[in-house]
Design a protein around this ligand. Structure first.
Ligand code: G6Q
Length: 538
């Protein structure tokens, strides 16, 4: 981080640190309006944060000192900003809805390929939905099973749940990710082979978990249908690796491509979204892309002070690096977004969970925060206690929609009342005097007092649609990008994930070897030996 700009942030915070959120509101009746932004169907109210004009100015200075605007341009125009893998970072090209747009990587415009794959996905999704594409025995497809993990799973799972109101209910979506055979077995119990489409989603097509699940699924299908030729009608692949797809036995005609400049955790708007597209249809998928695109354009063109992803990023940096917050909570007040926190967890923690700067030096400040959350109001009956009265500072993003897809009685008013009331209570707390005025006995006052001054952001949209979902995902993608730029880390590699892939292979050899020759540490050796003994291996 730029030292001079950082010092200004620290100075601005020091000057206002003792002022509480409550005092900030009391001092400025227009505060809510001043600290509210709109973009791509979303409104962000960030007034319930520990910031004043000076702190925000210093934070924007930090972004400017990191040349954020130039870095944004580099990403959008295909520069190889993922230097440790020597790749461009162009998930924004996947949802560039401008029919005349050109985006170049190594002198080649990638947009024609992007449009061609989208058209191929659309035609296939329509064929599955209409019944034009049928199974080997002539039956319609009723079950779609996405086999993938990490970036090839979490996005489609999250979005398929989120957009269930737009789904074709006669087609049921399943997602198998874990190499634990239970995940596959329990799914196979629910489906019928002659009505199932398996989508093998893997950028590399070499990931152990996915390949193991895909091979077992294929074996099951061939056994059930009694003919290996059935695979052609029941398996498609989403990948960048045609050679491996062919090796697996899937015809390239049934492969939907994407490219090395699409990171796994940013791949939902690529071919990886095929299961979602089959569920909600190409038209709705297109609307989701449009939502992403709107937020992309906002991020690229809005000045920093009015830029929603930038503001969210800077607030996150304030709490991580000045106030020492180690985590932040994302709390969607919408059941359809139940997997959104898990999806964001990967996006954020895999992107900025880095301890080395772009110059290869150890960072001297904390980077990627721990992200976690659950849908409201469930969380209120569990971990909110700690957010209100615990010793950790946990900034939180509250996400809600003014309208519901399921209007029943006054449920939605109650849901939203909870959202608004929580941010109010977190910011303003409850004083000892208020407790006494409420008649609390003196000995209980310390326990029933709420300090308040807990920061929150509130994100509101009219309703949860493909468009607002796309914009929401893009908002967090760009927030994370911005933080990576300011922390000066590479946000688009994931060597920790690669390490896991290699280590498991080494241990597997020792688990299954005829005779064990264990060369790990004493703990790992003992665990492997115990496992082998239980299974009767020498
Ligand atoms: C995402 C990560 C990782 C990846 C999975 C699956 O950014 O790289 O989560 O998506 O390891 O990889 P494949 O798609 O190659 O199977």
């Amino acid at each position: 981080m730029n030292q001079e700009a950082w010092k200004k942030v620290e100075d601005a915070v020091a000057a206002s640190k003792t002022t509480t959120i409550k005092q900030l509101f009391a001092a400025d009746p227009d505060r809510a309006a001043k600290y509210t932004l709109s973009a791509a169907g979303w409104t962000l109210d960030y007034s319930k944060n520990r910031v004043d004009a000076d702190v925000m100015k210093a934070l924007f200075g930090l972004a400017k000192a990191a040349n954020l605007s130039e870095e944004i341009e580099k990403m959008f125009t295909g520069a190889k900003i993922n230097r440790t893998e020597n790749r461009a970072v162009l998930h924004t090209a996947l949802r560039n809805c401008d029919p005349a747009a050109q985006v170049f990587v190594d002198g080649k415009d990638v947009m024609p390929d992007v449009r061609a794959v989208l058209a191929k996905m659309g035609a296939f999704a329509d064929a599955v939905r209409s019944g034009a594409h049928r199974g080997f025995t002539g039956k319609r497809i009723k079950y779609v099973v996405n086999i993938g993990i990490g970036g090839s799973d979490l996005g489609p799972v999250m979005a398929t749940l989120a957009l269930a109101p737009y789904s074709k209910r006669s087609i049921r979506n399943y997602f198998v990710s874990n190499v634990d055979s239970t995940h596959l077995a329990e799914t196979l119990r629910e489906i019928k082979a002659d009505q199932t489409l398996f989508i093998v989603a893997s950028k590399t097509f070499t990931t152990q978990e996915t390949m193991t699940n895909a091979l077992s699924a294929r074996e099951w299908l061939v056994k059930k249908l009694g003919d290996a030729a059935a695979v052609a009608k029941h398996f498609v692949a989403l990948s960048t690796n045609e050679a491996e797809v062919v090796k697996f036995g899937i015809d390239p005609a049934n492969m939907f491509a994407f490219w090395d400049w699409v990171g796994g955790r940013y791949s939902l708007p690529s071919a990886i979204g095929l299961s979602l597209m089959i569920s909600i249809g190409p038209k709705n998928f297109g609307k989701m892309l449009k939502g992403y695109w709107k937020m992309d354009k906002h991020f690229r063109t809005a000045r920093l002070e009015k830029n929603m992803p930038v503001v969210l990023a800077l607030l996150g940096i304030l709490y991580s690096n000045v106030y020492g917050a180690e985590s932040y909570a994302v709390l969607p007040y919408d059941q359809y977004l139940s997997r959104f926190p898990a999806y964001l967890q990967q996006m954020d923690m895999e992107s900025n969970g880095k301890a080395v700067t772009k110059d290869g030096q150890p960072v001297t400040y904390s980077t990627g925060p721990i992200e976690w959350g659950e849908p409201g109001t469930n969380g209120q009956h569990s971990f909110y206690q700690l957010i209100h009265q615990g010793t950790h500072l946990i900034p939180a993003d509250f996400i809600g929609f003014c309208k519901t897809h399921n209007p029943i009685g006054d449920h939605h008013d109650k849901l939203m009342a909870n959202l608004f009331a929580q941010t109010e209570a977190l910011a303003f707390g409850k004083t000892a005097e208020q407790c006494r005025a409420d008649g609390d006995p003196e000995e209980l006052v310390p326990f029933k007092t709420f300090e308040g001054n807990r920061p929150t952001n509130t994100l509101l949209a009219d309703d949860l649609t493909p468009e607002t979902l796309g914009a929401l995902v893009a908002l967090y993608e760009h927030k994370i990008f911005t933080q990576g730029v300011i922390w000066n880390v590479y946000s688009f590699d994931q060597w920790g994930v690669q390490l896991g892939k290699v280590l498991a292979k080494n241990v597997l050899k020792d688990l299954v070897a005829e005779k064990a020759d264990l060369k790990h540490d004493s703990s790992t050796n003992a665990l492997i030996a115990h496992y082998r003994k239980v299974l009767g291996r020498a």
